[in-house]
Design a protein around this ligand. Structure first.
Ligand SMILES: Cc1cc2nc3c(=O)[nH]c(=O)nc-3n(C[C@H](O)[C@H](O)[C@H](O)COP(=O)(O)OP(=O)(O)OC[C@H]3O[C@@H](n4cnc5c(N)ncnc54)[C@H](O)[C@@H]3O)c2cc1C
Length: 458
């Protein structure tokens, strides 16, 4: 093959793009990976990893604050955000170095620069053409705003607030979805006054309603303010702060405002439309094998409509590499992708919500059960409340698992096996869950749904 000819040319080195490159190289395909900024993309540098490091620092602060509950005499003397950021950046940098080393160690041609799709098989970077039998688009997403709402000054996106080196006294978080509630949780733990504005009737509106209610209860207890069901109208700012006005005329003042109203596809101005790639409101349309309408071009990650999660991008990248290599992998079930919201308390979920299951199978064909963490020893030890909720098809498998509680996100691993292996409650109930763990709550919920509750009332 000529120097510029590859089996796969990948545009974008984030979760979707680099996973595709790594798997393709394992399968002896030649790969060019083009990245204009930092290998690792949003997840590693501005998303999953830095925010979870902040959430861990927040947990440490809460532990100190609540230490008397456990009979330990600690006092929280303050939070040095510069030092927190140093710890956070240390985590990111170690992973970044590791990832760079991994890509280097494989036979991957890594190209630094901005690429444009200039033909169905060609990406051009600074005048050099990279030609692939296949091209994979993996250009990710950006923090969106609302029409008329300008980002700047004290009105920031998640990218900007990661650059703050002091903790604001008060924050308005516009948007009560995953990113909004995670930042709200961090700031409250760091001592800020927080108000979330959500236009839909509940926080984390994509989750099962029971999870939203539990999170709202927990946030009320933590004195995180929120308003739901009324839309944001406008914001003004001056040297002292911001004032947000809602459509019902109510106003909220704070030092800064985080706009967390979702992420849009980063897919314009790179030649996609010119090459005839089918798109819908900026998203790149792909079928279940992640093929676009142009036969040589695939798309993975946040630019493809669906869940915007790093592990979805990883899996799609791996899928595309294997499909191109002829391994014929089975399509990815979007409902089988685990979802975790990492605020305090955490939410972990997979599969259908109860409402979705009722819509799909009929209300009388769906059974649900909520196991309260009040009966779970480890959760009591951690002083957390919450539940594990199961949704099953009557006489059929579990089709949804929804969990709320401190650290409960760690339980998503078993929940995803249950959903993806279409397990019946009785099958899970026959498996032993270690005592005392929060994992036991999953076992207990299945015992109850199988008709033989142990630490729960019938
Ligand atoms: C605050 C925040 C927290 C998050 N937390 C989580 C979490 O906890 N768990 C989770 O699963 N997900 C989380 N996400 C989402 C996750 O980061 C994304 O789903 C994931 O990064 C998407 O991967 P991607 O490969 O599609 O895109 P990206 O990671 O955005 O990568 C795209 C890459 O393409 C490059 N690029 C774009 N255009 C070009 C071009 N023309 N030429 C060359 N390079 C280009 C970009 O520089 C970028 O590096 C979070 C996101 C945010 C913002």
């Amino acid at each position: 093959m000529a120097d510029n000819q590859f089996d796969i040319v990948i545009l974008g080195g984030g979760s979707g793009g680099y996973a595709c490159a790594l798997r393709a190289s394992q399968l002896n395909l030649s790969v060019a990976l083009i990245e204009r900024d930092k290998l690792g993309g949003t997840c590693l540098h501005w998303g999953c990893i830095p925010t979870k490091a902040l959430l861990h620092a927040a947990e440490v602060a809460d532990t100190a604050r609540e230490s008397a509950t456990f009979g330990v005499d600690l006092s929280l003397n303050g939070i040095d955000l510069v030092a927190v950021n140093k710890y956070r950046d240390g985590v990111v940098n170690r992973l970044y170095k590791g990832l760079q080393g991994l890509v280097k160690s494989r036979d991957i041609t890594y190209v630094e620069g901005t690429g444009h799709l200039t033909g169905p098989n060609t990406v051009t970077v600074d005048g050099t053409e990279y030609v692939g039998r296949h091209v994979v688009l993996a250009t990710g997403s950006y923090a969106r705003t609302l029409p008329g709402l300008e980002i700047g000054g004290r009105v920031m996106t998640s990218d900007h607030v990661l650059g703050l080196d002091t903790i604001p006294k008060s924050v308005i978080v516009l948007g009560g979805g995953v990113i909004g509630v995670e930042f709200a949780s961090v700031w409250k733990s760091f001592g800020a006054e927080v108000t979330i504005i959500e236009a839909l009737p509940r926080l984390v509106p994509a989750e099962d309603e029971a999870c939203s209610k539990a999170l709202e209860r927990a946030f009320r207890k933590r004195k995180i303010n929120f308003t739901t069901g009324v839309r944001f109208a406008s914001v003004t700012q001056d040297e002292h702060g911001v004032v947000a006005t809602l459509e019902d005329g109510s106003t909220f003042a704070a030092e800064i405002m985080l706009v967390a109203v979702g992420r849009g596809p980063n897919a314009s101005g790179m030649g996609f439309e010119e090459q005839g790639i089918a798109m819908d409101r900026g998203w790149v349309l792909a079928d279940e094998r992640l093929r676009t309408n142009v036969p040589s071009v695939r798309a993975v990650g946040d630019i493809v409509p669906g869940l915007q999660l790093a592990h979805r991008g990883f899996q799609q990248g791996i899928f595309v590499a294997e499909d191109i290599a002829g391994l014929n992998p089975p399509p990815i079930d979007e409902l089988g992708i685990p979802r975790v919201t990492y605020c305090e308390p955490e939410i972990g979920s997979i599969g259908l919500t109860e409402a979705q299951a009722k819509e799909r199978f009929g209300a009388d064909q769906v059974q649900s059960y909520e196991y309260n963490l009040g009966g779970n020893g480890k959760s009591q030890i951690l002083a957390t409340t919450g539940f594990v909720k199961l949704v099953r098809k009557v006489d059929g498998p579990v089709v949804g698992v929804h969990m709320v509680g401190s650290r409960i996100g760690e339980q998503i691993g078993e929940a995803q096996l249950i959903y993806n292996w279409e397990a019946y409650p009785a099958e899970v109930a026959s498996l032993v869950h270690a005592h005392p763990t929060q994992n036991e709550a999953l076992g207990e919920a299945h015992l109850a749904l199988a008709g033989k509750p142990l630490h729960a009332h019938a």
